[in-house]
Design a binder for this molecule. Structure first.
Ligand code: AMP
Length: 588
């Protein structure tokens, strides 16, 4: 398939922010695509080459891309740099440069999607001393044969700056329409995606084999399953209202969620956002298979940093010391952990997702033999408010965040947040001091001591209905100098020229970011806002909700993707809860 078809589609997609239009462009593209290339197109649309869990990263630096453009066009790097500075987008700059190309190429080979994809794949796999030169050679050979528009998209993919604003849900809508003629079939696709975490594979299956095969999708060992998530509740009473009078309560530990896949000696670990994180936990890889009684299994656990002397749980932040490429052995001894198991998703060749919680927990306790390193998350069955309160107290005293409450007779709902699991955290109980996980969408340059950093950030909730990020507040307090430095380092590469189409904000920022990084904030109150877009029209027509006196808690939630951020539904629940508390106290 010619790459020009994809480049034309990308160019149309870049010009709109409307989800329906994007879906329509995707449907048209999928209908033109030969079935054997569809998975490649789906990965490329997401700016990837393979699903996240395979860890295939392009990682081409701007300097190297400029050298390749220069090699292909014969135009000096200095001139390319000037063009780049004018617009701030190297892909676009390359298309202008290539229009003025001084070198002519005679033997032009066709640029097909297959060729671009394979070349990008080779580039991603290159390592070692000569890899830089080889990368330049591969990139310039593509640019030689590419039209200016094609070149601009090849470079955007290479540099990781392709920003079409297309969410997974939109891709699934379009696949359902293009290959089954019915958008409602999205639900079936979602299940397949939830158990495989591989949208390219889902696309290829529906295109080649049809929707019937999608219904048969099964778990594959070493492909992560999208995790089940919990709704939040503010009080024991609310939990009882939602769950009845017989459910499980588990400690909610403050660590990193790890999905552990084991078959014989082979072990891989995946994070909550489905990345392979085996390298950070050599101690899990080494110790866990020894105590597992199963031929093959997928388990879920919370890895928690501990104080070696007292055995006390330490906060999540301690684990970030393990996020390093080198000298990991040293970090393992300096920051010891325990692995606290709470679920089993697959056991001896069979899915356990349909098994109810009670039976999964029983099975888990047969599979894992506890020792000093491996534990089950403490659990008890609760029947009334007193029992929840007692267990909550114990959990806080042990250094955990609160409780996870789980219905006994419910299956594991991969990839979804719902009321079969509820979380009850300590801070939710104090009336207005709730914490929220919000996405950073914009920044304002700092003044005075904060010059050279983003002194204030614009934050958003996740709007599940429209798959967008809706502004909810500006936050400028709670940052230490170290936080500001760290945030600048992480955010600077995420700056975009145009606001990402998934951002919904009327408030203008000095700079816009890719909506990717999540931080935790607390606030004194949730108020009606004429400016902010969170939960717009839900409480009052024409108005949204905003946080009053928001403050950064110091926690950068690296383990969360932006779709894991607090949703508008959650904010509405908090807003209503806060009104209820005020009412009960006769304040209103
Ligand atoms: P939150 O990050 O506040 O949305 O809470 C969900 C996270 O709590 C999960 O992704 C897990 O990392 C963590 N967690 C801690 N204890 C448990 C537990 N007992 N069951 C499930 N998840 C837990």
């Amino acid at each position: 398939m010619e790459f020009s078809i994809l480049a034309d589609s990308f160019s149309k997609m870049e010009s709109t922010r409307k989800r329906l239009e994007l879906t329509q462009f995707l449907v048209e593209l999928f209908e033109k695509t030969p079935h054997e290339v569809i998975s490649k197109i789906v990965y490329l649309i997401q700016g990837k080459l393979r699903p996240d869990f395979e860890g295939v990263e392009l990682g081409v630096a701007e300097k190297l891309a400029m050298r390749a453009i220069s090699k292909s066009s014969g135009i000096p790097i200095k001139k390319i740099e000037d063009e780049y500075r004018k617009g701030g987008d190297l892909g676009h700059a390359a298309s202008i440069i290539l229009e003025q190309k001084t070198q002519t190429t005679f033997l032009v080979e066709d640029i097909t999607i297959e060729r671009v994809y394979e070349t990008l794949f080779k580039i991603a796999k290159l390592e070692g001393v000569r890899s830089q030169d080889m990368k330049i050679k591969y990139i310039s050979s593509l640019l030689n044969d590419a039209s200016p528009l094609e070149a601009s998209f090849i470079l955007k993919i290479l540099l990781g700056t392709l920003r079409l604003g297309i969410a997974e849900n939109t891709v699934m809508d379009a696949l359902a329409i293009a290959f089954s003629g019915n958008k409602e079939n999205r639900k079936i696709l979602e299940y397949a995606y939830n158990v495989s975490s591989d949208l390219g594979k889902v696309a290829e299956t529906i295109a080649i084999k049809g929707i019937k095969e999608i219904e048969k999708f099964e778990i594959i060992l070493f492909n992560p399953i999208r995790p089940m998530l919990a709704d939040r509740v503010k009080s024991e009473d609310e939990a009882i209202e939602k769950m009845g009078d017989n459910f499980a309560a588990e400690y909610k530990l403050d660590g990193e969620r790890v999905q552990i896949h084991i078959e014989g000696e082979k072990v891989e670990l995946f994070s909550r956002s489905l990345e392979k994180i085996s390298n950070y936990y050599p101690d899990i890889i080494e110790n866990i298979p020894k105590i597992i009684q199963a031929d093959n299994v997928i388990l879920e656990a919370e890895a928690v940093a501990i104080n070696e002397n007292t055995g006390e749980f330490l906060p999540f932040q301690e684990l970030m010391h393990r996020r390093r490429k080198y000298k990991i052995e040293k970090a393992v001894t300096q920051y010891p952990i325990t692995v606290n198991f709470f679920d089993v998703l697959y056991y001896n060749g069979k899915s356990c997702l349909e098994v109810d919680y009670k039976n999964r927990r029983d099975r888990l306790e047969k599979i894992v033999k506890e020792d000093n390193f491996a534990k089950y998350i403490p659990m008890t069955i609760v029947k009334n408010k007193n029992e929840i309160e007692d267990f909550f107290e114990n959990s806080i005293n042990a250094g955990s965040e609160g409780l996870m409450l789980k219905m006994l007779d419910k299956p594991y709902k991969a990839g979804s947040r719902g009321s079969h699991w509820l979380k009850l955290k300590r801070e939710y109980q104090n009336e207005l001091g709730d914490s929220l996980d919000l996405v950073i969408i914009g920044g304002f340059f700092g003044k005075g001591r904060r010059t050279g950093s983003y002194g204030t950030l614009l934050l958003a909730t996740y709007d599940e209905d429209y798959d967008t990020f809706t502004s909810i507040c500006k936050v400028g307090t709670g940052f230490s100098d170290e936080n500001l430095d760290q945030l600048y380092q992480i955010l600077h590469p995420k700056v975009t020229i145009k606001k990402n189409p998934r951002i919904n904000s009327e408030m203008e920022a000095d700079v816009w970011f890719e909506p990717e990084l999540v931080i935790e904030v607390v606030a004194s109150e949730i108020t009606i806002s004429p400016i902010h877009k969170a939960a717009k029209d839900k409480i009052r027509k024409g108005a949204g909700l905003a946080l009053r006196f928001p403050k950064f808690t110091g926690k950068i939630r690296m383990e969360k993707t932006s779709e894991d951020a607090s949703t508008n539904e959650e904010v509405i629940t908090l807003y209503k809860g806060q009104k209820k508390v005020a009412h009960d106290k006769n304040l209103i």
